[in-house]
Design a protein around this ligand. Structure first.
Ligand SMILES: Cc1ncc(COP(=O)(O)O)c(C=O)c1O
Length: 386
C-alpha cells in the first residue's frame, strides 16, 4: 500500500479525511448543504456558518480533504481551476513579477497576458525544466514562481526541490500546478512548494462531471488571504460540485493506479508505432527528464502527447477514434483525446506555440481506465488513417 507522510495511508485519507459520517444523521456520504444562509441564534451567535459565499459545510469537508491529501495546512476551493489561479494572482500588487513555466495550460498565459497584465502585474515565461532559468529570471520584485509539472501538453518535468531552494533564497513563493499527477503520484509540498494548485475538474473529480479549482496552502497567512478572497471575490465552488469532488476523491488511489497502468501501455504502443513520429511521456526512458520523473513522482500517470506529422494527419486520425472521445479536458475515467493547437493552446497563436514546440500535428491523450486493449485497438485503427 502506498504510504503518505502522515500515519494513515493515502487511500484511507482520501476516503476518510473530511469525509467523516455526518454527526447529526450518521450519513456516510457528506451531505450537500444546499443553503445560501444559516439561521443565527442571536446577534453574533451562530454555529460557525453565516453565509454560503463565506463558508458552507460541504465545502469545508472538501477543503479539509484536499489539504490532507496534499499535506498542506488548508485548502480553498474555487469555481474552476482558472478561478483558483486568478485568486492566487489577486494576492499580488501592481508592479509585482511572476515567473511562469513557458509551457503550461494555454488558459494560464491567456489570463496573465490578456487580463492581469492590464493591472500592472509583470509576467516572464521560462523553461523551468532547467531550474537555472528560474534563477536567471528572478527580479527584485519577483513574488511567485508558477510551475506546472509535468507540463500541458509537452510533458516536460521541472525539479520542484531545486526550484524551491532558488525561491527560498529570494523570498519568492513556489506554486506548483499538480493537476496532471494528483497528490497520489506527486507531493509538491513535501518537495518544498509553498502552495499547490489544482483543476479539480480533472483527476480529483475524475468523472468529467464538474468544474472546480483548489489552492492548497502551507501557512496561516496564506490561508487567511484565500479565505478573505473567497468571501470578497466570491468565485467559490458550489456545494453540489464540492460533493462531486468528495465522491470522486474516494476512488482517486485506485483510479490513478489504473490510469498509470493504461498510460504506460499506451505510451509503449505509440512509441513503437511506425506512424507516430515522437511520443512525450515521462515514463519513457527516452524522455529528457525521465530520471527526475522517477525521483520526484511515484507514477507516470496517463497524460501522453504524440506527433502525427501534420495537421492533416491529426485531423484524419482524430476523425476515426471511437473508444477515445475527441474533446478538451483530461483526467476522467474515459479516454479523452485532443488537439492542443486548435483546442487547449489555441490562445497562444502560431508563434507562441512554435516557440515552445507545440506543432499542428501534435495530439494529446488522457488515457482513461477502460480495458486497455480496447484503447490500443481504437488508436491503431485511427492511426491507419494517416
Ligand atoms: C494543468 C491545468 N491547470 C489548470 C487548468 C484550468 O482548469 P479549469 O479548466 O478547471 O479552469 C487546466 C485546464 O485544462 C489544466 O490542464
Amino acid at each position: 500500500m502506498k504510504k503518505s507522510t502522515k500515519e494513515s495511508g493515502f487511500a484511507t485519507k482520501a476516503i476518510h479525511s473530511g469525509q467523516e459520517p455526518d454527526p447529526s444523521t450518521g450519513a456516510v456520504a457528506v451531505p450537500i448543504f444546499a443553503t445560501s444562509t444559516f439561521v443565527q441564534q442571536g446577534i453574533g451567535k451562530h454555529k460557525g456558518y453565516e453565509y454560503a459565499r463565506v463558508s458552507n459545510p460541504t465545502r469545508t469537508r472538501l477543503e479539509q480533504n484536499l489539504a490532507a491529501l496534499e499535506g498542506g495546512r488548508s485548502s480553498h476551493v474555487f469555481s474552476s481551476g482558472m478561478a483558483a489561479i486568478n485568486a492566487m494572482c489577486t494576492t499580488l500588487k501592481a508592479g509585482d513579477h511572476l515567473i511562469c513555466s513557458h509551457n503550461v495550460y494555454g488558459g494560464v498565459p491567456r489570463l496573465f497576458n490578456q487580463i492581469l497584465a492590464n493591472y500592472g502585474l509583470q509576467f516572464s515565461y521560462v523553461d523551468t525544466s532547467d531550474a537555472q532559468n528560474v534563477a536567471r529570471a528572478l527580479r527584485p520584485n519577483t513574488r511567485i514562481v508558477y510551475v506546472e509539472t509535468p507540463t500541458n501538453p509537452l510533458m516536460s518535468v521541472s525539479d520542484i526541490r531545486a526550484i524551491s531552494r532558488i525561491c527560498r533564497g529570494h523570498g519568492a513563493e513556489l506554486v506548483v500546478d499538480n493537476t496532471f499527477m494528483s497528490p497520489y503520484f506527486q507531493q509538491p509540498i513535501a518537495l518544498g512548494a509553498d502552495m499547490v494548485i489544482h483543476s479539480t475538474t480533472k483527476f480529483l473529480n475524475g468523472h468529467s462531471d464538474g468544474l472546480g479549482g483548489a489552492i492548497v496552502c502551507t501557512r496561516k497567512s496564506q490561508a487567511e488571504k484565500f479565505a478573505f478572497i473567497q468571501k470578497s471575490a466570491g468565485a467559490i465552488l458550489s456545494p453540489f460540485e464540492c460533493w462531486l469532488v468528495l465522491r470522486g476523491v474516494k476512488t482517486l488511489a485506485v483510479r490513478m493506479e489504473q490510469h498509470d497502468q493504461n498510460g504506460r501501455a499506451v505510451a509503449a504502443f505509440l512509441d513503437k508505432h511506425k506512424k507516430v513520429k515522437a511520443v512525450f511521456y515521462p515514463g519513457l526512458r527516452s524522455h529528457p527528464q525521465h530520471a527526475l520523473a522517477r525521483r520526484q513522482m511515484s507514477g507516470f500517470g496517463s497524460m501522453i502527447s504524440f506527433e502525427t506529422g501534420s495537421l492533416g494527419n491529426a485531423k484524419r486520425m482524430l476523425a476515426r477514434v471511437r473508444v477515445c472521445s475527441l474533446g478538451e479536458s483530461l483526467g476522467g475515467v474515459e479516454t479523452l483525446i485532443s488537439h492542443p493547437a486548435t483546442m487547449t493552446h489555441a490562445a497562444l497563436g502560431p508563434a507562441g506555440r512554435k516557440a515552445i514546440g507545440i506543432t499542428d500535428g501534435m495530439v494529446r491523450i488522457s488515457v482513461g481506465i477502460e480495458d486497455v486493449d480496447d484503447i490500443l485497438a481504437d488508436l491503431d485503427h485511427a492511426l491507419r488513417a494517416i
